[in-house]
Design a protein around this ligand. Sequence first.
Ligand code: F6P
Length: 321
Amino acid sequence: MKKIAVLTSGGDAPGMNAAVRAIVRKGIYEGFEVYGINYGFAGLVSGDIRKLGIHDVSDIVGRGGTFLYSARYPEFAKEEGQLKGIEQLKKYGIDSLVVIGGDGSYKGAVALAKHGFPTVGIPGTIDNDIAGTDFTIGFDTAINTVLEALDRIRDTATSHVRTFIVEVMGRNAGDIALWAGVGSGAEQIIIPEHRFDIDKIVSEIEAGRNRGKKHTIIVLAEGVMSGEKFGKLLQEKDPNYQTRISVLGHMQRGGAPTARDRVLASLMGAKAIDLLKKDIGGVCVGIQHGEITYGNIIETLENNKHTPALNLYQLNKEISY
Ligand code: F6P
């Protein structure tokens, strides 16, 4: 009988539970034995491993966070930790592993694949910054959360005729800022992938004010700089600006996953089982042009880079000014 394990690693993302549920349920459906590893790679190395049954994943499809817990564990970059992890898996007779997580977690999965241990990566992060997929699990929920916050902030911005700088997460990627910015009609979106010109921004805000615009929302991706620093840049240009800074922080990461994230997670989890059933390891799952896909995880990470939908940046310039 095939024995597989699953772990969630790095920053939690809404929909991770739905992915684990799909792996456990479909795995058992296919006749596998499925194990859960607590606290990501940290739990792998320490051997925090338990067998999961179909009831262990009851009622989690709609819950945010990860019931397997997560951890950032940079120590897994060292070969010693990787070999210890493989040793733990072998102790339980586990022959393959599914890793759900973001950039750092994929690096751990690649290391295991390079050691010849069959591993499948599933992209789970709110940042949407993983190569080999158009969307990651958790991104849709996060942008909807940000969107709601932006709609609320707009009310206050209008009432007080203020400029708001809203700093959003995304690590080095601008996807959250782009999608939530376009969806909320933000006047300015500042992302790491596109250079910004502070003088141009100031003159665009002025032009809007002169046309009678009451509010200005600037959505700033954290990968560019902090909201505070950006606020100082604006104030240097015009000390009279009524500027307020809002840092959305970790509220962007929690909460019940959207239908889209739940379904994406279920499809990706099931795909991982299909691949392992065919003894295909060393791969990562994705969604590309609406199709669930997979590719060699080492090649995908080495030869591809995630790029945000920069057409959204241009679109925003054309429709929100
Ligand atoms: O990767 C998800 C993410 O929320 C990033 O957007 C953010 O930069 C980072 O994690 C924050 O990490 P932590 O929760 O460890 O502070």
